[in-house]
Ligand binder design. Structure first.
Ligand SMILES: [Zn+2]
Length: 374
């Protein structure tokens, strides 16, 4: 691992500056990637950009920036993207600043100030090393700087054909993955959140310990087709099992549910009817739990917990307690109120409701033994 401090003039960075929008922003004679393709948009507002130019014109120091060496004489900004972009915007006539009550574009700036700007030196740490060294270092640097998301950090280490293809599918604003999954999965493609979700899913599916491990294993692949196919399988599976869409489907961990249940068979007509029935069931307090409940209930006797079924009110429990004279309805021993729990005489799964007539008090022991509570 090698980290060296360099002083690099603004005019050298501005040399060959090119803003290709979503396809990336480049400078320093084409050697520096200021913003990689399909990364988040410029986030400094006008005031912040102006503050950067003021700092430079006054000759005050800006905080140290960090570049990472990605190849022979190739660099990517890890920290300092927004400050660098502010200077570049001003120099390419995209930003107007006010100074001593007057407004200036780059070309109306007095010569001495213009020269001061062009000859100002950024203090840049350039780092090179192995991927794991870089990633470890980036995570520390990131704490203090313009914050990158964890997946943006990983992307700055595992560059190559695989990543370019993955970003084409998952990171463009109008990417295919967003179009396909928007109704089901949350995540901003520009912040690499959708890519991260897909990677989390495929890692669990294939038994990788971490996203980093998966990216390290695949970074030299010619494309990211495996990941893209996996992601499409997930969404198509959801659409097959639950053919009717409900808005509470959005934001569930569908990759995880796919990994866990896609080998089982379900009848979509029955699932559809069940979803509808559970949406109408007033005992169900958490509609988002309906889908996992339906996928898992044949295996898990406690699956109904996912639905947060209504529980008895204190008032109903107190009434049942007095009616029973403080005895447990099953073992018939006497307990204090606080040592007991309200139980459905007829369980929810058999149509029992959460009303006083269906409430009995059980001691904690008996209650935990009664496994058909749902
Ligand atoms: Zn008991």
């Amino acid at each position: 691992m090698d980290i060296k401090l360099h002083n690099i003039k603004v005019k050298d960075i501005f040399d060959g500056f090119e803003d290709d929008g979503e396809d990336g922003v480049f400078a320093y004679g084409g050697k520096l990637t200021i913003r990689p393709p399909y990364q988040r948009e410029f986030v400094y507002d006008l005031k912040q950009q102006e503050a950067v130019i003021h700092t430079i014109l006054k000759g005050f120091p800006l905080n140290t920036m960090y570049w990472v060496k990605t190849g022979e004489d190739k660099y990517e900004i890890l920290d300092g993207q927004q400050r660098t972009l502010s200077a570049m915007s001003f120099l390419s006539h995209k930003l107007q600043i006010s100074l001593n009550g007057k407004s200036y574009y780059n070309d109306s700036l007095p010569d001495d100030l213009y020269d001061r700007l062009m000859n100002y030196e950024f203090m840049v740490y350039i780092c090179s090393g192995t991927e794991s060294e870089k990633l470890e270092w980036f995570e520390v640097v990131n704490v203090a700087g313009e914050e990158l998301t964890p997946q943006e950090l990983r992307n700055s280490v595992y560059t190559g054909a695989w990543l370019s293809d993955a970003k084409r599918h998952f990171s463009k604003r109008t990417c295919a993955a967003k179009g396909l999954s928007d109704r089901y999965i949350n995540g901003d493609p520009n912040r690499q959140e959708l890519l991260e979700k897909a990677l989390q899913g495929i890692c669990e599916h294939q038994g990788y310990n971490s996203i980093t491990d998966y990216m390290a294993a695949h970074k030299s692949d010619a494309d990211a087709d495996e990941l893209w196919q996996y992601f499409q399988d997930v969404i198509h599976w959801v659409e097959k099992i639950f053919p009717k869409y409900y808005s509470d489907m959005k934001g569930l961990d569908w990759c995880h549910l796919y990994n866990k249940y896609h080998d089982k068979s379900y009848n979509s007509t029955q699932m559809d009817a069940e979803v509808k029935r559970l949406h109408e069931d007033e005992e169900v307090q958490k509609n988002k739990g309906i889908y996992e409940y339906l996928l898992s209930r044949d295996e898990d006797p406690f699956a109904a917990k996912l639905l947060s079924l209504r529980s008895f009110t204190e008032r109903d429990k107190q009434a049942a307690y007095s009616k029973q004279g403080g005895t447990c309805a099953l073992c018939k021993r006497v307990f204090a109120y606080a040592e007991m729990a309200g139980d459905h005489i007829k369980p929810w799964s058999k149509g029992g409701q959460t009303v006083l007539e269906n409430c009995q008090m059980l001691c904690k022991d008996c209650n935990s033994k009664k496994s058909d509570m749902y």
